[in-house]
Design a protein around this ligand. Structure first.
Ligand code: FPP
Length: 260
């Protein structure tokens, strides 16, 4: 933390936790062992983020496309999620962490959904940090659902097509509930977004780590935050602080959202 400027931490960090399978395979172990070790990394990074004062952490734990994995792997992931939710309850409550999920919750098995929803209710009023688990989540699916919701309002005559603007669409996108993503970290060496937070990450700084997720440590998070702080965030403008006033006049909406 010593090299970081606490006043310029990203408000919202999101992580694509990639590399569990490879972590296990290089040891000759079944892939679910990698996921189990990955859930230990989740515990570490949630704690570290809370300690650092990050306001929102969003983790890509299961994509809509992950349902196509072998049944045994899907079952193992669902069981790990359930165990995680049960075991972290006190940690979340003691540390003021609100838990929520984004994604198609109706697709989750009821044994996971029940524990998840109970914890969402229990932590609803907590505000030191929001931990969002993206489960059965896809960025395109999230945008499609938002558009469908607004289209229904138009069809019912509650909304005029001309009222449909960026702000209304944004309000219908659940991942935007905690504000736009400032820093998106992907572990495991691949460099792509993989259908994660498509709207929210529009101006996110992207940091790609070679580290496989189960090996990801507090120090790796600090490194990513250091890279973030070394970047010049321009939001489409010509330079950072110097042109702020002009840009604020030209793009007042964007400037009000660009909080970092
Ligand atoms: C990607 O690695 C990771 C996943 C699909 C699942 C992420 C799940 C966890 C980290 C553990 C459970 C989550 C919680 C919140 C307790 P991969 O399997 O695609 O790895 P590979 O690219 O090496 O095959």
């Amino acid at each position: 933390m010593s090299d970081l400027d606490p006043s310029r931490l990203p408000a919202h960090v999101a992580v694509i936790m990639d590399g569990n399978g490879r972590w296990a395979e290089t040891r000759g172990w079944p892939r679910p062992f990698g996921h189990r070790q990955g859930s230990e990394a989740v515990r570490r990074i949630v704690r570290a983020s809370r300690r650092l004062g990050i306001r929102a952490l969003t983790l890509y734990a299961f994509s809509e496309q992950n349902w196509q994995r072998p049944e045994g792997e899907v079952d193992a992931l669902m069981e790990l999620l359930r165990e995680f939710l049960l075991s972290e309850r006190d940690e979340l409550l003691d540390n003021g962490i609100r838990l929520r999920m984004i994604g198609r919750r109706e697709r989750l098995p009821s044994r996971v959904r029940e524990v998840l929803e109970a914890l969402e209710r229990e932590t609803e009023g907590l505000s030191d940090m929001t931990l969002t688990l993206a489960l059965s989540y896809g960025g395109r699916e999230e945008l499609t659902d938002a558009v469908r919701l607004l289209a229904a309002q138009v069809a019912e005559g509650r909304l005029a097509p001309s009222d449909l603007d960026e702000a209304r669409l944004e309000a219908a996108i659940p991942s935007m509930d905690v504000g736009p993503c400032d820093l998106l970290i992907r572990t495991g060496g691949e460099q792509r977004i993989s259908n994660f937070l498509l709207w929210s990450a529009a101006y996110a700084e992207l940091v790609f780590s070679e580290r496989l997720w189960p090996d990801f440590q507090d120090a790796d998070l600090l490194d990513a935050l250091g890279v973030y702080q070394a970047r010049d965030r321009r939001f489409g403008r010509v330079s950072s602080a110097a042109s702020m006033a002009t840009s604020d006049v030209l793009m007042p909406d964007a400037a009000s959202r660009a909080h970092a």
